[in-house]
Design a protein around this ligand. Structure first.
Ligand code: HEM
Length: 156
């Protein structure tokens, strides 16, 4: 064991440029996807891509800019309410995020990818539930901060 500090997922991924690559690669795939493209009529705007990148950076341990500049959790929730997402759309969303991580050449070590898909699985299930007409979501909460969970990075 060494005593080096454990980097955040944000740092390990490569910071903001890495998350911008991830989110752009993801929405490039979404725009071509028959289940997800209809949710973004006219394509996924640059503003949407930038806002979601800011969200992801905050969640993974980067600057808390979605909280400071975009209204935090309540704004994100409001964007999903009433979308009436379907389970197959959720699953496709999660699958394309894994593919996009490869497209964007994010680190592919098992620990990082486990943390990434853990967050995607968690977040997409909440989005699916909160998007239903009869949902009763938590209205105020902090933006989540995701961590390494049970498998921290291998630091020889
Ligand atoms: C980890 C899961 C997810 C995260 C982190 C996430 C994040 C976000 C954020 C931050 C926004 C607001 C962007 C802004 O501030 O302008 C947003 C909007 C949106 N999300 Fe998600 N989302 C997730 C899951 C999903 C899923 C599963 C779907 C569909 C299958 C979806 C579809 C949408 C759509 C259509 C909008 C735009 C709604 C509008 O502009 O009115 N999201 N998402």
């Amino acid at each position: 064991m060494n005593d080096r500090p454990v980097p955040s997922l944000f740092e390990w991924a490569g910071g903001e440029p890495a998350f911008a690559r991830l989110i752009n690669a993801f929405y490039d795939r979404v725009e071509k996807d028959e289940l997800l493209a209809p949710l973004f009529p006219g394509g996924v705007s640059r503003a949407h891509r930038e806002h979601v990148t800011v969200w992801w950076c905050e969640v993974f341990g980067g600057p808390a800019r979605y909280t400071a500049e975009h209204g935090g959790y309540a704004t994100m929730l409001a964007h999903h309410r009433g979308l009436n997402l379907q389970p197959e759309q959720r699953f496709r969303f999660a699958t394309l995020m894994s593919r996009a991580a490869d497209d964007a050449t994010l680190p592919d070590d098992p620990e990082f990818r486990a943390a990434l898909v853990g967050y995607v699985e968690w977040g997409t299930r909440l989005a699916l539930a909160n998007s239903q007409e009869d949902a009763d979501p938590v209205l105020e909460a902090p933006v989540p901060r995701w961590g390494w969970g049970v498998a921290p990075p291998y630091l020889p």
